[in-house]
Unconditional design. Structure first.
Lengths: 202, 606
């Protein structure tokens, strides 16, 4: 089914790069909105600064849990490394390597998502929701859409993993994994930016 | 490959017909026709909306329309003409012509192409269904926050707008990825980038604009929807939100959007002028780079839509200068078009009439555009009919005239029938006169202070006569459209087939039968120059023989599929859930969506 192309590159690979280029503007708009509204919240809880709740007089510290998110960030980045090894296995017909590292990738992604679910849940208990303040609106929207992308990536990689386990991912079809992996790397790179801007810069 | 000549009956026996074949089609030519037919219907609806607006404004203190209905109609007129008429009519030409002009058998992703069409159709229907509930979008096509937030727009009107536009954005983005890859990757042998027809070049630049501009409106619409549905504070002043953020995001999308509307038109005119002047396009490279430069600058001018918000002298100066700068590459294009005609052997056929009128009308719209670029002048003109006059001269006088030129030019290729030349000229003169009668007086009432978007005006301000003329002009335009519809109807019923190359064309689409066979080219042509067909005719010393219909045996074409339609139903259902039945309808939609995607991914593409 693969017609020879003008550039010699497979069209699907070019399509995923094109899509990623478009996605950059998607996240750029969300991230810019976060940055424009940084520090503009009229009420707490705040990401880094502590805040006294006028309703009960309790002091709420900066709500972000940096060590926890640093850990899940590290795991997500390692999953990018794992998918490279899985692709190496796929391209060379090393089935064990493909299935093992692809599973590891998915575990990493799942841990990251689990961390995000825990974090969101914790924030809601601390009194931060989508409509508490500008931080809540921008934070949940930006990281939520990133989490949505991670979820799509997990479903995609999971589908590839099932085809690999059923023995339907021979080396000549390694591109099926490669384009999913490109998307996965993109989602990771975006997270590095988000993590730096939200968590690391006070 | 096997290419035996067939007799007529045998070819017809192979043609796939019936409703199901259209529902499952992945053929770029059929999808192009679907785009064209759907968009033309929406264009007529948008035109009817405009007629109602003009009846209301035909006399002072008129009560033909209520203020609320007027708001719905002008919002839907703008939204329809931009997203449901001009963009998808351009998409019809992308679909039908890009593969033919670059020597390809189809687009890179035929099923994704079908998906784009279905999502576009559902988005358009979704927007228009709102009329049945007397709840059509009523906050302008630009949807300024915080007018569009829940406290100020409590009804479902703006929800229809947000969800409809979001849906159309998905269609545009999917199509943009498809055509971007198609143009880069499916060019036939010898079709180097700098040999591509100018229409393909301008379409290519348009795809880049779509890819980079639409994600921004997607995010803006998400935030507006979240404000309305989940009570976030993006545009809520009470929570510290800034409505001006909407304007920035909207126009970062919105200004590139106007080049999305005009660049395909530039491409069409750049195809027609050389053919009917019997001269190659003048300044090909300059045309390519000026188009690219317009697109690049198009991302740095958005705030000229916002001079009235008081951004301060530095921002005003920056955006004034960058806006004026765009006149330079645009001027390069206009001089190159004139250079193309200059000294040519001009054939005054209907497509040429429309293309020439395009140049004149677009120059007028461009000149008033440069006037807006100056902030002090703009502060006088903004929100008046002067602006309405300006953008109708560029979008109607520009885009619509060029798209109509393209219709007369390519109709024989698409349907195998010629449009009538005499009816075409009646259409042309009615449209030119009606257009100028409608929009020229708007310059004057605008400068005299008549505000836009207001449903009526008092007597005695000197607006009566000019508004009456505008309304008469709008009815002349309506008659022009009826002539066009009659022309199409008549020629489709005509028994006389169109030749493969009625205009002595220069590009590859004229080398194959009209209409083309499913596989386009029996053998993929090799290209040696920018005007491959003219070169072939020169080498032969005369016109080429009529290409024969051939058997497509051995030519591998993609299988039909209905999963794109299922996936599109999933998309619109998921998004509809934000208007009714959240979150259950969304979940049902997501289930349909996933079913569609997985079935699509695992069915044999052929």
């Amino acid at each position: 089914m693969h017609m020879p192309t003008t550039t010699g590159l497979d069209s699907r690979k070019m399509a995923i790069w094109t899509f990623i280029g478009s996605e950059c503007l998607f996240f750029a708009s969300l991230i810019s909105t976060y940055m424009v509204y940084r520090g503009k919240s009229l009420t707490g809880p705040y990401p880094h600064d502590s805040w006294v709740n006028p309703a009960n007089g309790e002091t709420v510290k900066g709500i972000l849990n940096i060590p926890l998110t640093s850990f899940s960030t590290f795991v997500l980045l390692m999953s990018s490394f794992a998918v490279v090894l899985a692709l190496y296995g796929a391209q060379r017909g090393k089935r064990g390597m493909l299935i093992g590292w692809l599973s590891a990738t998915m575990v990493g992604g799942a841990i990251f998502l689990g961390g995000q679910v825990y974090e969101f849940n914790h924030f809601v208990h601390e009194g931060l929701t989508l409509h508490t303040n500008l931080f809540g609106s921008t934070f949940f929207t930006l990281t939520g859409f990133h989490g949505g992308h991670v979820t799509v990536g997990l479903i995609w990689l999971g589908t590839v993993l099932v085809t690999a386990i059923r023995g339907k991912l021979p080396p000549e079809k390694a591109l099926n994994l490669e384009i999913a992996a490109l998307y996965w790397h993109f989602v990771d790179v975006i997270w590095i930016i988000i993590f730096t801007l939200i968590y690391l810069i006070k | 490959m096997a290419t035996t000549v067939l007799d007529h009956a045998e070819t017809h026996a192979h043609a796939k017909t019936g409703l199901w074949s259209w529902i499952t089609t992945v053929d770029h030519k059929r999808i192009g026709i679907l785009y064209g037919a759907t968009a033309f219907l929406f264009f007529l609806i948008g035109g009817l909306e405009a007629l109602l607006l003009r009846i209301q404004l035909g006399s002072p203190n008129n009560t033909f329309l209520s203020a609320d209905t007027y708001n719905q109609l002008f919002t839907m007129h703008g939204t329809t003409m931009i997203f449901l008429a001009v963009m998808p009519i351009s998409a019809m030409y992308f679909n039908f012509m890009i593969p033919l002009q670059i020597g390809a058998r189809d687009v890179a992703f035929p099923r994704l192409n079908a998906f784009s069409y279905w999502v576009f159709l559902f988005g358009g229907l979704f927007l228009n269904i709102s009329f049945l509930f007397h709840a059509a979008p009523n906050a302008g096509w630009f949807g300024y926050a915080n007018l569009t937030t829940r406290p100020y727009s409590p009804g479902p009107n703006v929800d229809f707008w947000v969800i409809g536009l979001q849906t159309l954005g998905i269609a545009s983005l999917a199509a943009a990825v498809n055509f971007f890859v198609t143009i880069i990757n499916l060019r036939g042998p010898g079709m180097k980038l700098m040999r591509m027809p100018m229409f393909v070049w301008m379409s290519f630049i348009t795809q880049i604009l779509l890819l980079l501009a639409f994600p921004v409106i997607t995010v803006a619409l998400i935030m507006l929807m979240f404000d309305r549905v989940f009570h976030t504070m993006f545009f809520t002043v009470a929570g510290g939100g800034d409505p001006q953020l909407w304007q920035h995001l909207f126009w970062i999308f919105g200004h590139p959007e106007v080049y999305i509307l005009i660049l395909p038109a530039f491409g069409i005119v750049s195809e027609i002028l050389p053919v009917f002047s019997r001269k190659p396009l003048f300044g090909y490279a300059a045309m390519v780079f000026s188009g690219a430069f317009i697109a690049f600058l198009g991302f740095g001018v958005w705030a000229h839509h916002m001079f009235a918000t008081g951004m301060g002298p530095i921002a005003d100066s920056f955006f004034a200068i960058s806006t004026m700068l765009i006149a330079v590459p645009t001027g390069v294009k206009i001089f190159n078009w004139i250079g193309t005609i200059w000294g040519g052997s001009i054939q005054l056929k209907t497509p040429m009439y429309f293309a020439l009128a395009f140049i004149a009308m677009f120059i007028m719209g461009g000149l008033s555009g440069v006037m807006h670029a100056s902030p002090p002048a703009d502060l006088q003109q903004t929100d008046t009919y002067f602006v309405v006059a300006h953008f109708h001269y560029v979008l109607f006088g520009g885009s619509i005239f060029a798209l109509t030129a393209g219709a007369y030019y390519w109709f024989p290729k698409m349907f195998g029938k010629m449009l009538s030349e005499s009816l075409g000229k009646v259409h042309f003169w009615l449209m030119l006169i009606g257009f100028n009668l409608t929009f020229m007086p708007m310059h004057f009432v605008g400068l005299n202070g008549m505000p836009r978007r207001v449903y009526t005006y008092p007597a005695g301000l000197g607006f009566e006569l000019l508004n009456r003329l505008e309304t008469i002009g709008a009815f002349i335009l309506a008659v022009a459209m009826l002539v066009f519809v009659y022309n199409i109807w008549k020629s489709l019923r005509s028994p006389v087939p169109a030749p493969a190359d009625p205009w002595n064309g220069a590009t590859l689409e004229w080398a194959i039968p009209s209409p083309p066979q499913e596989f386009n080219f029996a053998e993929i042509p090799t290209v040696h120059s920018r005007d491959p067909l003219w070169e072939a005719k020169r080498a032969r010393g005369g016109p080429l023989p009529e290409p024969a219909l051939v058997s497509g045996k051995g030519i591998h074409m993609p299988n039909p599929s209905f999963w794109p339609l299922v996936t599109a139903i999933g998309v619109i259902t998921t998004l509809t859930g934000f208007l009714v039945g959240f979150p259950y309808v969304n979940l049902v939609g997501a289930a349909i969506l996933l079913t569609g995607i997985f079935s699509w991914a695992f069915e044999p593409a052929g």
